[in-house]
Design a protein around this ligand. Structure first.
Ligand code: ZN
Length: 490
């Protein structure tokens, strides 16, 4: 977590000053601001926004493009700015689609600091190490295949390795929520709680010529863990996410009642309940609810297996951050009560411990990754339980097209898992209220008090964005949906 020698200010002073330097002040006049979205432009992943304001050049987030092969290919494209010329990098939160290209930024010459909250720095370290490990495993598998075909030369090396990740970890500098971060050129940045996941912030950037607010990802007001994002201060331009701009989430009580009913039904049938869960935030939300429902007696106390080393790691991080949650959870943590640990919770870390769960034929709750069932330990549990009509699969996260999770959600009667044909007889239930993203009403509640003269919509499917932009324009707002790498004069 240390500051690095030659931090943001030094980078600004010693940056390359040759022909490659193209500051907003040089080319467009000193008082202009230019924003270029190098990711999450008319798509959800790859968040990365470059702001040039006078002499200052800053980056907000540097996420990985995730999804199909065409989208992932974008990770290999050069950045539309010179990383060596950036004065500062600001990170809103630790999801991979907001931090996953940070190691590339350093490899391409960025020499300054990475500013974020302490929780985000800790989460990002876990997320990036895991990402590098998976990339190395994938690369090894591809190489084995290529060696057999004699085409090793065609296999690209991973984008980055663990050593590259450790360099990123050394660049983090902690920022306190609500305390202005001063950057060169009279620029100041305020990190404010976004209510999305642990440590998440939205950023209010004030330059000599204007105020730009970057929403990052905003939370769901119905979250049991995160307090709702505070209303933003007034700004001139707002760069805002639009993931769920087309829907309204159910109330928390509805989600909890739905969850309780499915647990009761499954236990009454004597089956296991499988919950594929993303390691960050979703797992902790589910654990919190399980603890409450089992402690209050509204559902029977049964063994709960957290079968994911990464989710276990994240949950321990959550347990150490008492003052970051809604007051009820913060109080419990301060009293030494762990809100994320049902009494019957079993952490299974080793593979051998995980395999022992296969012998449990019914009456247990099994949380494991991956969230979309494309790999990880959950697939073993699916193989052992999906064919049992007394079992349940509870889907609590987004399932992308083409994934096993989506096929099951869409009602597939037979699926192939680890080479075996499995008949799907278990009850499959989707509970949508666990989303960590703002819905339409949350977004409007964030936009309205800002009085933003211009709204730039990012981080959403293009159809959702276009419909939301149209609606905003009809309401008198100026709304745009930037294209990838398109410089916009603000
Ligand atoms: Zn996020």
């Amino acid at each position: 977590m240390g500051a690095l020698p030659g931090g943001a200010h030094d980078a600004a002073c010693t940056g390359v000053t040759g022909s490659g330097r193209s500051r907003a002040g040089d080319r467009y006049g000193r008082h202009e601001m230019i924003l270029t979205s190098a990711g999450a432009a008319r798509m959800v992943t790859g968040s990365c926004h470059h702001l040039q304001a006078g002499d200052l050049s800053i980056l907000v987030d540097c996420g990985l493009f995730q999804g199909g092969a065409e989208v992932r290919e974008l990770n290999h494209e050069p950045f539309p700015f010179d990383p060596a010329e950036l004065d500062a990098v600001l990170v809103t939160h630790g999801h991979l689609d907001h931090v996953g290209r940070l190691p590339l930024l350093l490899k391409k010459g960025y020499r300054g600091r990475i500013h974020c909250t302490t929780a985000t720095a800790n989460i990002t370290a876990i997320i990036l190490r895991d990402s590098a490990k998976i990339a190395a495993e994938d690369h090894e598998r591809e190489m084995r295949k290529a060696r057999r075909a004699g085409s090793e030369d065609e296999v690209r090396p991973p984008l980055y390795d663990l050593a590259d990740v450790e360099k990123v970890v050394k660049r983090f500098t902690s920022v306190e929520m609500g305390e202005p971060l001063k950057l060169p050129g009279g620029v100041s940045v305020l990190f404010r709680p976004a209510g999305h996941i642990l440590g998440s912030a939205y950023l209010e950037v004030t330059t000599r010529t204007g105020r730009v607010t970057f929403s990052g990802d905003l939370g769901n007001r119905e979250s049991a863990l995160q307090a709702t994002a505070a209303a933003p201060n007034e700004c001139d331009v707002m760069v805002i996410e639009t993931t769920y701009a087309d829907r309204t989430h159910p109330a928390r009580a509805v989600t909890e009642a739905e969850f309780e009913r499915v647990l009761k039904r499954s236990f009454a049938r004597g089956g296991n309940v499988m919950i594929p869960a993303f390691a960050l935030e979703r797992t902790q939300q589910v654990l919190y609810l399980l603890k409450n429902e089992m402690a209050s007696g509204s559902v029977e106390r049964r063994p709960v297996y957290l079968d994911s080393p990464m989710a276990t790691h994240m949950t321990r991080l959550y347990q150490s951050c008492a003052n970051e949650f809604r007051p009820k959870i913060a109080e419990e943590l301060e009293r030494g009560v762990d809100p994320f640990e049902p009494e019957s919770l079993v952490y299974t870390v080793s593979r051998a411990e995980s395999q022992l769960i296969n012998d449990v034929e019914g009456g247990a709750v099994i949380l494991a990754g991956s969230g979309m069932m494309t790999g990880g330990r959950i697939v073993h549990h699916l193989k052992h339980n999906l064919w049992r009509e007394e079992a349940s699969l509870v889907i609590v996260g987004y399932q992308a097209h083409g994934t096993l999770g989506r096929a099951l959600q869409d009602g597939a009667k037979r699926v192939r898992i680890l080479g075996d044909e499995i008949a799907v007889r278990a009850e499959i239930v989707t509970i949508s209220g666990f989303s960590a993203h703002a819905d339409h009403d949350d977004l409007m509640a964030f936009i309205t008090p800002s009085g933003a003269g211009k709204l730039l919509l990012v981080h959403g499917e293009s159809e959702v964005m276009d419909a939301f932009a149209k609606q905003l324009r009809e309401g008198g707002h100026e709304a745009q949906t930037p294209y990838l790498n398109e410089p916009l004069n603000l």
